[in-house]
Design a protein around this ligand. Structure first.
Ligand code: 6PG
Length: 241
């Protein structure tokens, strides 16, 4: 069972700064191994990427040590405003020297992405690649990555990356699945703003309820041996700032 920590920062700016400090510390920690990080779309992660792209992090992070991947992607080309890769490119990749691997979701290349993960990331004994860090957001319906309530990807037990039909959005997205997310060394779930308060409270309660992940998929993210941290600002946590 994963170790779970809930950390609350006063506001979204302090949250992004605290997260950027953590990433900087990881990047300069002793060792020369590459660090594989899975990125998320969404507004809270975006603020973190913008923070990392600015002083002091743009020069303080050891970028050559990091290798960036994606936890999910919309089925659009990178120049589409909805593209997660496009957002990360504008917020971060255009400003710092870091290697990043895009999911080619518009062509449905989920198996190719899984092969890339297998080639680039050290695996545990059962062959599942182990991300050093996975960043996730929470949607207002409790989705995370592109694991949406009631969708087929929630039941995936063997493939690490799939195309997932999302009928409630009349779309299809590429997403990492629970087996690879839950193999990670560290998973961070990020949420900021009062708009997230209700779903955050509901999902924290739902963590205790068997089967709740079908309706609130973020609850199914429970690293088997790694750590899980929910990073919230006071507004999302329902605390006075
Ligand atoms: C995506 C994300 C998704 C996101 C949540 C929260 O591609 O949409 O990866 O899982 O993190 O929807 O997004 P917001 O913070 O913008 O609400």
């Amino acid at each position: 069972m994963s170790r779970f920590t809930l950390t609350v920062l006063a506001d979204a700016t302090r949250l992004a700064t605290a997260l950027a400090e953590q990433i900087q510390a990881l990047s300069v920690a002793p060792g020369d191994d590459r660090l594989a990080i899975a990125l998320s779309g969404g507004s809270t992660p975006q603020r973190l990427y913008e923070t990392l792209a600015a002083s002091p992090f743009a020069t303080g992070v050891c970028w050559e040590r990091l290798e960036l991947f994606f936890g999910d992607e919309r089925a659009v080309p990178p120049d589409d405003p909805a593209s997660n890769f496009g957002m990360v490119s504008r917020a971060l990749l255009a400003h710092v020297p870091v290697r990043a691997h895009r999911m080619v979701a518009e062509r449905g290349e989920a198996d190719a992405y899984a092969r890339l993960l297998a080639e680039r990331i050290t695996a545990r004994q059962d062959g599942i690649p182990v991300f050093d860090l996975v960043l996730l957001g929470i949607g207002e319906d409790g989705h995370t990555a592109s694991l949406f309530p009631g969708t087929a990807a929630l039941d995936e037990r063997t493939r690490w990356v799939v195309m997932n039909d999302v009928p409630q959005l009349a779309t299809r997205r590429m997403t990492c699945t629970y087996p690879i997310l839950n193999a990670a060394k560290q998973v961070w779930v990020l949420a900021a703003g009062a708009g997230k308060r209700a779903i955050v409270a509901e999902c924290l309660r739902a963590r205790e309820i068997e089967g709740a992940q079908r309706h609130r998929p973020v609850v199914g993210v429970r690293p088997s041996t790694g750590t899980l941290t929910w990073w919230l600002d006071a507004a999302a946590a329902g605390e006075e700032a």
